[in-house]
Design a protein around this ligand. Sequence first.
Ligand code: NAP
Length: 240
Amino acid sequence: MNRLDGKVAIVTGASRGIGHAIVDALAAEGARVVATSRAAVDGSFPTGVEYECLDVASEADWQRVVAGVVARHGRVDVLVNNAGIIAYETVHDLTSEDWNKVVAVNQTGTWLGMREAIPHMIAQGGGSIINVSSIWGSAAVAGAHAYHATKGAVRNMSKSAAVSYAKERVRVNSVHPGFIRTPLTEAQAPEVNEYVISQTPMGRAGNPDEIAAGVVFLASDESSFVTGSELVIDGGYLAQ
Ligand code: NAP
């Protein structure tokens, strides 16, 4: 239980769902974790986990949080850009407001996080960035146009950053969850959830812990030769 000893990690969208599970898993492996989200959390994080309020769409929030982490801990080794929102509209039903909101959180938020963390990672000799995309980052279902657009962007932004900073030992990978039972999917229409599960070869929903396990691997030195990769954790969905 010490695969991440000495590492300092920031996780976005940590108040619930996959982000909360990632915080728990990183902390269990010895990382000093700074959990972030927009709303205050219920204090259910493991002892030692710090909490910061961070709206990923806010440049000022990112500057404050990353500067604070570096001031307190002297480094940032791991950044998990997990925060994400979904909108279900098709191309012609989507308002500019909804489009901009999804892009601001899923895509711009991921870029801002990388922009703030990477200079510190370069200065300290390396780091690991894990960007949470989706199976919808490389395949599609009808609707959710802005979500598909941004998750595809996160997939390729990760590869671009991986190539750009490989020499500086900053590794950047994307994680692609299939259907995972979280507050996000619980809020979806049951027929949507049933459809995605029915299309999943393993025939079940995934658990947040199963995504967190992949994130721990990418955060740890076990993945020291892994960058620009897509870690698909989807019960076989994309293999079809
Ligand atoms: P969730 O249960 O809705 O949790 C989303 C998290 O993001 C919450 O902690 C939320 O906290 C935070 N968040 C939302 N807007 C934010 C903002 N502007 N700034 C900072 N934090 C924000 O979702 P989830 O299912 O755990 O999903 C986590 C990630 O996995 C997302 O990127 C999602 O697209 C991706 N994913 C999920 C699934 C799935 O089946 N669940 C599948 C593929 C990919 P606050 O509202 O408190 O800020």
